[in-house]
Write a protein that binds this ligand. Structure first.
Ligand SMILES: C[C@H](O)[C@H](O)[C@H]1CNC2=NC(N)=NC(=O)C2=N1
Length: 240
């Protein structure tokens, strides 16, 4: 059966149970908003990081249900607590129209996400006081989820953030280093860069003043992740 799911989540399993029911399993979300265009009932069960949601169209004769799933991170994860609450059934039914329901007498405040909820790549690197202790491995491991392709490595005197890019050739490696240099200069924070074996660029980032990792290193990594490298990496071969 065809699925009509507008997916805005990174990992989601959707199983069509019958003509009128769809079961969705959504990972790593603490709040799930479902806007089913034809659904009459929505109910869910929260378990650890998973939400098991069953949707019913209520229209048995209709083959399939059109759904729009909107998943919002909320509360307690590393993005911070947005202060969000779960939607009321009537809000879901109204497809989140202009009316916001809630308990009478409740103040509704629009909270601007603070701290790490803002994209790391859009944050500036700020001066780190030399007395500040470097991040623990656990803190660094949590933040590692915000940068793609990076890993934490241990040097003689502390942790470093490392990324390795395989590039087409030596010239592409130099070009990648130039693009990284421009990003680093703009950020005021600088990686160690190595062009290795003629076709690999390795970047290592840490905060020299504290001999280990600070938020600045993750900010720079996130900014470097935004560099377009599509013209520098080897072409994927397609096998017939
Ligand atoms: C003086 C100047 O602020 C420092 O050299 C900055 C610049 N770039 C830097 N880059 C990195 N990776 N770590 C630092 O501590 C650092 N400090």
């Amino acid at each position: 059966m065809q699925r009509w799911v507008n997916q805005q989540v990174s990992s989601m399993a959707v199983t069509v149970l019958s003509c009128s029911e769809i079961l969705c399993l959504v990972n790593n979300t603490s709040s799930l908003h479902l806007i089913p265009s034809a659904a009459s009932k929505v109910w869910g069960r929260q378990k650890a990081n998973m939400s098991l949601i069953r949707l019913s169209s209520g229209k048995k004769s209709k083959v399939g249900v059109k759904l729009k799933l909107v998943v919002r991170a909320a509360g307690g994860d590393f993005l911070g607590d947005f202060g969000a609450r779960d939607p009321f059934p009537a809000e879901i039914e109204s497809k989140f129209g202009e009316k916001v329901l809630g308990n009478p007498g409740t103040d509704h405040k629009i909270l601007i996400p603070s701290g790490l909820a803002l994209s790391l790549a859009n944050k500036p690197c700020t001066p780190i006081p030399s007395g500040q202790p470097p991040m623990s491995r656990q803190e660094a491991t949590t933040l590692l989820r915000k940068v793609v392709g990076w890993r934490i490595v241990e040097d003689d005197d502390g942790l470093r953030l490392q990324c390795l890019w395989k590039v087409k050739n030596f010239t592409a490696g130099i070009e990648l280093m130039k693009r990284i240099a421009a990003v680093a200069e703009a950020a005021g924070h600088h990686p160690d860069l190595h062009l290795e074996a003629g076709n690999s660029v390795r970047a290592r980032i840490w905060t020299h003043s504290i001999g280990g990792l600070s938020l600045n290193d993750f900010i720079l990594a996130a900014k470097m992740d935004q560099i377009n490298i599509s013209d520098l990496i080897p072409r994927k071969r397609a096998w017939a």
